[in-house]
Design a binder for this molecule. Sequence first.
Ligand SMILES: NC(=O)c1ccc[n+]([C@@H]2O[C@H](COP(=O)([O-])OP(=O)(O)OC[C@H]3O[C@@H](n4cnc5c(N)ncnc54)[C@H](O)[C@@H]3O)[C@@H](O)[C@H]2O)c1
Length: 474
Amino acid sequence: MKTKLFALILAVVGLFSACTPKVQEDRHGNYVIKNNTIVFDEPQRQEGQKSVLQFAVDPIENVRIGFIGLGMRGPDAVDRMTYIDGVTVVALCDIEPDRVEAVQTNILEAKGLPRAAAYTGRDAWRELCERDDIDLVYIATNWQTHVMMATYAMQCGKHVAVEVPAATSIEECWQLVDVAEQTQRHCMMLENCCYDFFELTALNMAQQGLLGELIHGEGAYIHNLEPYWHDYYENWRLEFNQSHSGDVYPTHGLGPLCQAFNIHRGDRMKTLVSMGTPSYKGKEVAKEMMGVDEFANGDMTTTMIQTEKGKTLLIEHDVYTYRPYNRLYQLTGTTGFANKYPSEGFTVLEENLPEGFLSDVLAEGQHLNPHGFVPAAVRDKILKEYLHPIAVEIEEKAKEVGGHGGMDFVMDYRLIYCLHNGLPLDQDVYDAAEWSCLGELTAASIANGGMPVAIPDFTRGDWNKVQGYRHAVK
Ligand SMILES: NC(=O)c1ccc[n+]([C@@H]2O[C@H](COP(=O)([O-])OP(=O)(O)OC[C@H]3O[C@@H](n4cnc5c(N)ncnc54)[C@H](O)[C@@H]3O)[C@@H](O)[C@H]2O)c1
């Protein structure tokens, strides 16, 4: 009797397991394919390492900065910082001595400021990081060196501001997060497009509810780099693109969207799928400049992202073809729409605007068309009245100092403002990792025929602790 019962149980268990679908796991280096989704390995948080969500340090009255990388981008950053009170340029570093000297002469001396300590050669950046009179290391070197420099600077006790993208692989993204958590230092990626006046205005409109519930966003980096390919130091950019498929420069389009969609402040990017065209123009340039016949980076890369709450983001990358510069920047909400390229415009509902808002910009009897853009006068009034509060006091000076129309100055100003006042920075290390990780994730999706990829949660479960993206103010 007992044997029969045992046999019956075995049969039932056997039947049940035969009906349960087996989870197929297929390992490819640092990811597995599980249920038709690519899942990258996620390292555990080590003992003694703690979250830097909403991280702030004591106010730093005078922010002493060391700059590494004085190519096309770096010198302008030095220049912008000289317009901000409570900042000292302590040290300058580049491989090439003449680039350091040019900044000393043309920027510091020309403004009557003291010369900074000079570091030249390929490894001198380490000595700069080791100085004990620097608070912030500002990195504007090629992508391949960002993480090595940023992590060493944090390990030397410095806060870090690093150019875009902060990291070039998933492993590097985790390194940035882990070292920021271990050292309890700031690590901000310098995503300047978050400070473009249009993006800031649209963000403010979204935060004030004028666009309703945001459901879809679009962003891009479409910029033909033909005039610049020869200017990157030792050809680092074309070399990187030659060996990497995917969206290798995603942050200008993605960063401002992530702020509007409250990414890791109540929602998170959960899955992406990406497709790339073959390389035509990129291959041509590489043939001419590098003498190679292969080029991994497709001329056009298109990525769709879905968030935990089901919202969608479209991100594009094309640095090769003949098209007008375009970052798209579109927000679609349930009651409104904002669009930056090719022409700035909004669709909003009259009833959502403050009382009397339209009285001086619409003729009597005229109404807003919910199926079209608002008229130019209404748009201009929106751009003025809804300019984000963080930009209001600094707008005029930012436009005077410049840097992509002023947004670069607003970014540097905000970085220093937050450090002066002991506030969390506008972009934390999780933003840096989330926005930069698209490079390797999109390449993996493309390599697997557009397969979905699970986007790592760099906050390790904390993405829902803060509700809503906000710039800190004192
Ligand atoms: N946010 C933006 O709008 C924007 C615009 C342009 C560039 N960038 C970013 O800025 C960074 C630099 O770009 P770029 O156009 O100035 O490139 P670049 O090639 O003109 O300059 C890079 C500089 O880094 C220096 N460098 C490299 N390795 C170094 C080392 N080991 N020690 C010291 N110096 C070193 C080089 O000598 C060179 O002067 C990149 O990350 C790029 O993506 C951002």
